[in-house]
Design a protein around this ligand. Structure first.
Ligand code: FE2
Length: 376
């Protein structure tokens, strides 16, 4: 029946063509149609329970027709009729990725952003879904937000983080305490300046969302430095496209040796999303390994790397402020670059407690809140 027209549906060798409600022609593969019959999905778990692998050859329609705004297929060789609303078929007509409500355009920000950083109050977050949505949206769009009115307790941080994900340990453990240590294992645990960086790129999947809960801060100095890495990378793209290309294409090695663990991972300094837009940056001089790239590649890579590193330090990008006790700054560790000015360790107390959750889980919770999912 190849090429046959059956009630508005043209059957081809591997699929069928029909007219969609907007008048355009839509083509659909038979395997895809059989695999995505509504009955393939369990009503409760919404997972696919149908096994397309038991077909040795292409499933084919014995009959196909348009009926009441749906494509109806009676499958050959089996007792099964599928019904596909034309609206559902239209969603998959172009091969474009399914609409993602968490795929929000990023809004770049600069050094003057501090007064406009989204602030949400801890007690309000606990009781208001709308406040949690506003918070998550800020993290997706601007990559940063401050939670105020935090309780002075370990549990306060846990409860905050668990609103948007599951605590995700790094090889330092589930939580980390940033204060001056007698025998520091990490530069963060000293009173020295901490260069601008993203956390733990030595892990294959570097931590996603970072929480820094300020429990005490009465020292002299120690200003917090935060900048939007995507804003800087977008400027580099305009100013030096070749440097930008190198930083988006070449992986560089990161490492951390700690308590008998030899952590190593390779990362790109600038990360692009599926639209080709800058989605993040990864930078850490203190965890950068010796670059084991061909030395001639380094002839062009190092100038690009240094140019970007110097741009990160420019005043137009770096937001400087002092995090106050009772505040918890929350940010996308793959986008927001942070650091700290030196402080006087004897001038007072400084204690930040931190943890991480996952970026994918943040988006998942956000989608669950603002949309109804695939099956309505
Ligand atoms: Fe850090």
């Amino acid at each position: 029946m190849d090429g046959a027209q059956i009630e508005g549906v043209a059957i081809g060798e591997n699929g069928l063509t029909l007219t969609l409600p907007d008048g355009s022609q839509g083509y659909y593969n038979f395997w895809w149609l059989r695999d995505n019959c509504r009955s393939s999905f369990d009503a409760e778990t919404r997972e696919r329970t149908f096994d397309i692998f038991h077909y040795a050859t292409t499933p084919r329609p014995a009959e196909a027709r348009i009926e009441d705004g749906a494509l109806v297929i009676d499958w050959a060789g089996e007792d099964h009729v599928s019904r596909y609303p034309l609206g559902m078929l239209a969603d998959y007509a172009t091969g474009a990725p399914r609409h993602d409500p968490a795929d929000l355009p990023r809004r770049p920000w600069y050094s003057d952003h501090y007064p406009n950083v989204t602030r949400v109050s801890h007690p309000l977050l606990l009781e208001s879904a709308e406040e949690r949505r506003r918070w998550m949206e800020a993290l997706l769009v601007e990559g940063i937000a401050i939670v105020t009115d935090m309780p002075d307790s370990d549990e306060g941080l846990t409860r905050t983080a668990e609103l948007i994900g599951t605590i995700r340990p790094s090889f330092f453990g589930a939580y980390f305490d940033v204060r001056t240590h007698i025998k520091p294992t990490n530069l963060a645990y000293t009173a020295k300046a901490l260069e601008l960086h993203t956390d733990v790129p030595s892990e294959e999947l570097a931590p996603g969302i970072q929480f820094l809960h300020c429990r005490a801060n009465s020292v002299v100095g120690g200003q917090n430095l935060f900048l939007d890495g995507t804003a800087v990378a977008n400027d580099l793209r305009r100013e030096d496209p070749e440097a930008f290309r190198l930083l988006t294409e070449i992986d560089i090695p990161y490492y951390k040796e700690h308590d008998g663990i030899d952590m190593r991972a390779r990362q790109r300094v600038i990360e692009l999303d599926r639209h080709g837009e800058v989605s993040g940056v990864t930078i850490s001089q203190h965890m950068a390994d010796v670059f084991d790239l061909p030395q001639h590649v380094l002839d062009s890579y190092y100038p690009a790397f240094v140019r970007f590193g110097r741009m990160l330090q420019e005043d137009r990008y770096v937001m400087r402020f002092t995090l106050r006790a009772t505040e918890c700054i929350v940010f996308d560790n793959h986008r927001i670059v942070h650091g700290r000015a030196a402080y006087s360790a004897t001038s007072g107390e400084r204690y930040l407690r931190g943890t991480y959750t996952d970026r994918g889980e943040l988006r998942g919770i956000y989608r669950g809140m603002v949309s109804t999912g695939r099956f309505g």
